[in-house]
Design a binder for this molecule. Structure first.
Ligand code: PLP
Length: 400
């Protein structure tokens, strides 16, 4: 049996005619940019996040850029975030001319470690950008308290966390702004690119709306330099059909995650993702494959050196890479989110974060492996993932 890391077409099949009709209606209407399909979806999305305003745009990356620009963050400003994330988190900060400042993550949650934030605050710090990585919500009460104490803005990177909440309140409703992605593999995925900014302040919402359309408050009057970043009607139509299903899909993800936790607990050298707070939306289920001290012995000499980790000065990833290869041979496709942390990317060499500067993040990048998790994953498919992991990890331990 082959188990893919995600499945996009299965969802389409389930939605069937409803989705087909929604797309055809837009095609036939000729209203592709702007219009009620988009504003209705924005209103529905805002309601699902418990905020008064949601502004569609063309990607999660742009949602971050628009939120930063909307809050007046730019050259000379620093924004504190985590390096254990998708590159776009930091890229958006740099795109507005500000500087990303990376704080190490908590080894159990993989999220920015609130205890380390205050040490990174300088007079140039303007905002905190917590990332709800893999769908796990950051402790937004802690983040809010730190921001309030230092007069900082908060922009939530909710790209992986549609459907997640902290303390019963949806992500994207805690900070000054939230940025969501509708990239197809996220919890709520479009049939292409798309994004959304959520906020409570009507003036900020208006500013972001204008920035997204060439800084244009009224037709052909441009009050500042903006972007061409819109959610188009076809994507809004697809997303509007899917949004009501999101809570049910997230429930499925939770059930799959709980089963992985139960059945992969206690294996030697393997740490399944910690149980989440209630509002975890499980965009990914990550296991840590701990690197055994005598790598070649433990893997029976079968593990291969990882070229990537060697060249970026990262810890050894051989056991993880070995498990990934073996799972692939057993028909289970896994993904590494992320093999190289943002602060060690060549594009950020000038920031000067050397090897070992964020040790927890660097270790996680050498150990993490995402197992298949998506709402349509069948019990039989999950059986086969669990059986393969148990067999391989058990065999690895025996060889040690
Ligand atoms: C996907 C993602 C983004 C960017 O979203 P796009 O829609 O792909 O531009 C930003 N941050 C994180 C954490 C992401 O996972």
């Amino acid at each position: 049996m082959h188990v893919p890391p995600f499945s996009l077409t299965e969802q389409l099949r389930q939605l069937g005619d409803t989705l087909d009709h929604a797309v055809l209606d837009v095609l036939r209407s000729g209203q592709y940019i702007g219009g009620a399909t988009i504003s209705d979806f924005e209103a529905a999305f805002a309601a699902s996040c418990g905020v008064p305003h949601a502004i569609g745009c063309n990607s999660g990356t742009d949602a971050l850029v628009l939120a930063l620009r909307g809050l007046g963050i730019g050259p000379g400003d620093e924004v504190i975030t985590s390096s254990f994330s998708f590159f776009a988190t930091a890229e958006a900060i740099s795109a507005v001319g500000a500087t990303p400042v990376f704080v190490d993550v908590d080894p159990d949650t993989y999220l920015i470690d609130p205890d380390r934030i205050e040490a990174a605050i300088t007079p140039a710090t303007k905002a905190l950008m917590p990332v709800h990585l893999f769908g796990r919500p950051v402790d937004m009460e802690r983040i809010g308290a730190i921001a309030a104490a230092h007069g900082l803005r908060v922009i939530e990177d909710c790209a992986q966390a549609s459907g997640a909440s902290w303390a019963g309140r949806p992500v994207g409703s805690w900070g000054d702004a939230g940025a969501f992605s509708f990239f197809p593999t996220k919890n709520l995925g479009a049939a292409g690119d798309g994004g959304m900014v959520t906020c409570r302040d009507p003036e900020l919402a208006q500013r972001i709306r204008e920035l997204a359309v060439h800084g244009m408050p009224r037709r052909y009057l441009h009050t500042e330099l903006g972007y061409n970043s819109r959610l188009d009607a076809l994507q809004a139509a697809v997303l509007a059909v899917k949004l009501p299903h999101l809570p049910r899909w997230v429930e499925r993800r939770r059930a799959i995650a709980e089963r992985y936790q139960r059945e992969l607990a206690g294996l030697p050298g393997l740490l399944p993702a910690a149980p989440g707070p209630e509002g975890h939306s499980w965009n990914q289920f990550v296991v840590r494959v701990l690197h055994c001290p005598a790598a070649s012995a433990a893997c029976g000499g079968r593990c291969t050196p990882a070229a990537d980790s060697a060249s970026y000065g990262l810890p050894e990833a051989r056991c993880r890479d070995w498990l990934k290869l073996q799972l692939q041979e057993a028909g289970v496709t896994t993904i590494i989110y992320y093999p190289i942390p943002i602060h060690r990317q060549p594009a950020y060499a000038d920031l000067g974060y050397g090897p070992g500067s964020l040790p927890v993040t660097e270790r996680l990048c050498a150990e993490v492996l995402s197992l298949p998790i998506f709402p349509e994953l069948s019990a039989e498919q999950q059986d086969s993932v669990i059986a393969a992991v148990r067999r391989l990890v058990g065999a690895q331990a025996l060889a040690a």
